[in-house]
Design a protein around this ligand. Sequence first.
Ligand code: ADP
Ligand code: SR1
Ligand code: MG
Length: 408
Amino acid sequence: MEYKELDVKSVIPYLKGVDEVINYFGSDELQVKEIGDGNLNYVYLVSSASDSKKALIVKQAVPYLRCVGEEFALGRERMTYEIRALSKFKEIAPEFVPNLYHVSEDMSIVVMQYLDSHIILRSGLTDKQKYSNFSEHISTYLASTLFQTSSLYLNSTQKRQLIDEFNSNTELCKLTEDFVFTSAFMEDETNDNENVKDNPHAKKLFNDMEFKEKVLELKYKFMTSTDALIHGDLHTGSIMLNSDETYVIDPEFAFVGPFGFDIGALVANLVNNYIHHTVVTKDEDFKEYLLQTIKEVLELFGDKFLKLFKSQKNSALFVDGYIDEESANRYREKFLKQILQDAIGYAGCKMARRVFGVAGVAEIRGIEDNVLRREAEVLALAISREFVLRYEDINTIDEILEIIKSAG
Ligand code: ADP
Ligand code: SR1
Ligand code: MG
């Protein structure tokens, strides 16, 4: 089918030609509403007029960047990678990925389960909601998706095939190279220039060569590592949950990249939320919950990843009988430590990019009081600087928490 950009009027006629959707709704009359709040795409909620609980989500990529407008061209092929990643992650971690009803790479569209009782993690945390199962869920998701798409699990041919399937997601990788690692740390038209203008903190950041040199190291690792299939944009806006279930959505930035990047994205966004509560709500109990969540996510991820690693006797990397168990254990421990260290480096870049770069986060850029917002920005810059300068020397998870606490 030839690509056609849909709108609220044409979504239903399109769905009438999709068997899986017809089977789902039967003969019900349908209604549609555009609910997208993301930066890139259009998201429609299609529901039965007689039973609004009976509903599906339709997400379509358009050939431009939604949050900027049609003048910022961006290939709709990003949806091809989102479809492939959703399908792959669904195979590996089915309970954490919405059910898919229909996908079309030609139409750059996916029709998926409507998460009707789930909210975006960022909003939940900002409203001081605690999720007792979140660390357990997300650590399982991270350990299994990263491990099972890596050379620690796949054989050499499978791994290279995976790279072939994902690593032409060039435009979105380039967006990350630009927006996460570059333009937010120098004068650039895409920055939040109202805030950059006459701002001593922006000037200090843009002239901080020690920081920028380390960012270059991390950017290079991002551009050249092919460790595992990563989500690529795992901030707290890409997670929808309730007290029982956790879902990961929106993997359009997926590619075979560095192990630490998704973990770093998550940590960065949990810390941004911590900063919000430090400055705005001053809720010490909730701040402690966020610190505990970061600790649990990292510890549980480590335990689960090592367990998977130990149970896999043969892979592209390991051949049974090659090394004795004591040496193998030492190797695995070192391997995990490196993943966590890199994750903290990436977390630092991801926090700092949200201060002056395009697409800030609500917890910081959304603070209306200018004095408080500046306070939050300064905290974010202080923590991110420590993360980026020190990531290779971090030995324990408690050291990470100390960095966060000592700034705020
Ligand atoms: P973008 O790629 O533009 O960032 P997202 O995939 O993040 O789009 O979706 C934008 C918003 O649409 C989400 O923040 C969420 O509110 C809503 N949304 C997306 N997928 C679902 C879903 N499966 N169920 C319910 N709401 C969803
Ligand atoms: C202009 S694209 C900005 C950001 O939105 C996405 O969620 C990614 O984080 C990207 O960098
Ligand atoms: Mg999104």
